[in-house]
Design a protein around this ligand. Structure first.
Ligand SMILES: Nc1ncnc2c1ncn2[C@@H]1O[C@H](COP(=O)(O)OP(=O)(O)O)[C@@H](O)[C@H]1O
Ligand SMILES: [Mg+2]
Length: 359
């Protein structure tokens, strides 16, 4: 649906020269919910703003289904048709932007307009009659479950309701793609949950391709199919959400996974000496990661019996990622050093990832 290749974007300011997007290539499938996660400043917003050319990339190309390929050379946009390359026309750019909806953290609603008028706004100058616009807006409000707020003003709505208005407005021109830039970051957990559920419903009902950028793991693990992890303008890791989060490779991905599971508390416990680590080979602190293909507690009790080792659980957590369980246990294991080693090997041979926690 969206193929991005070798995209680059710099910003030059008085203070610094920022390489906001550094050679990013990703393919986003038709009808997919694609997550992009990274900390603040990673380049996520710049990357998605390049998809609808709110930002012109310095170089690289973007292909969008039913529209074609646009390349940038030194910030000048060209439409590519086979061998031919022509300057992108303003008219084509407008058409492209209309086929891509976008929602933001702070909703960007018109405060002096009613909910109805906010949603109707993008339908101005589209040639639709007043009756057609009314019908369309009422349908969109029903779709986002906000019909009863039709004549309210944004100030009379909760954050979650404001985002529903913004979603309805973003869908006014029947886009095939919705870009979401931290759309739930200003919302409380309940509103976040309901907006994510709405996005998932829209994805299924309308076949809408959704690109969702966030700094929150909770968002990705709840609705994304695939994810790209961004750091310093680069995509450092990419793949199916469950695969990436059950076996993270990049350090930053590991940090996201740990912060969401709560297992990172172990580091604080060690720092505060609530947990003492010994250098003793007969006692070790280990982290076990159970994925959907491996089973938990039964294995631990079997191992402690069969190898005559003591395993005491310090922290444990089960996360639901992309609708599958992902479990983590931090445990203290002690016993005869050879038996401890054999026990850990046995656990690992059952599809559980075993990592030693160092002091
Ligand atoms: N218009 C701009 N002018 C100068 N620097 C910018 C501009 N937009 C973004 N940046 C810089 O580019 C980097 C990436 O920003 P951004 O894409 O907003 O990251 P994110 O959305 O991941 O927080 C940051 O260092 C930011 O300060
Ligand atoms: Mg941003």
């Amino acid at each position: 649906m969206i193929n991005i290749s070798n995209l680059q974007k710099h910003f030059v300011s008085k203070e610094a020269n920022v390489h906001a997007v550094n050679d990013v290539s990703i393919n986003i499938g038709d009808g997919e919910i694609y997550g992009i996660i990274g900390y603040s400043g990673a380049g996520k917003s710049t990357l998605v703003r390049c998809i609808n050319f709110l930002e012109y990339p310095d170089s690289g190309s973007i292909s969008i289904k039913d529209f074609g390929t646009i390349t940038s050379e030194n910030g000048v946009l060209y439409k590519v048709d086979g061998e031919n390359r022509t300057r992108l026309k303003e008219k084509d750019l407008r058409k492209l932007r209309r086929s891509i909806g976008m929602i933001f953290q702070l909703f960007n609603l018109l405060d002096r307009s009613t909910v109805f008028d906010n949603v109707a706004y993008p339908l101005k100058y589209t040639g639709l009659s007043k009756e057609e616009i009314t019908e369309k807006v009422d349908n969109l409000l029903a779709l986002v479950d906000l019909s009863e707020k039709r004549d309210s003003y944004p100030s009379q709505l909760s954050g979650g309701q404001k985002q529903r208005v913004a979603i309805a407005r973003a869908l006014a021109n029947d886009p095939k793609i919705l870009l979401s830039d931290e759309a739930t970051s200003a919302l409380d957990p309940d509103a976040t949950e309901s907006i994510l559920k709405l996005l998932k419903d829209l994805n299924r009902k309308l076949g809408l391709t959704i690109v969702i950028i966030t700094h929150e793991m909770a968002v990705i693990k709840q609705i994304a199919d695939r994810v790209a992890v961004m750091e310093d303008g680069k995509v450092v890791e990419e793949g199916e959400v469950y695969e990436v989060f059950s076996n993270p490779q990049a350090n930053i991905t590991k940090r996201f996974v740990e912060s969401s599971s709560g297992l990172e508390k172990i580091n604080k416990l060690i720092e505060s000496r609530t947990i003492e680590l010994s250098n003793n080979a007969s006692q070790r602190l280990i982290k076990l990661t159970f994925t959907k293909d491996s089973v938990g507690e039964a294995l631990i009790s079997k191992v402690s019996r069969d190898y005559n080792v003591d395993i005491s659980i310090v922290l444990a957590n089960v996360d639901i990622v992309a609708e599958n369980a992902l479990g983590g246990i931090i445990a203290d294991i002690s016993g005869d050093p050879d038996k401890v080693r054999e026990a850990l090997e046995y656990i690992a041979s059952n599809g559980v990832r075993v990592e030693a926690i160092e002091r």
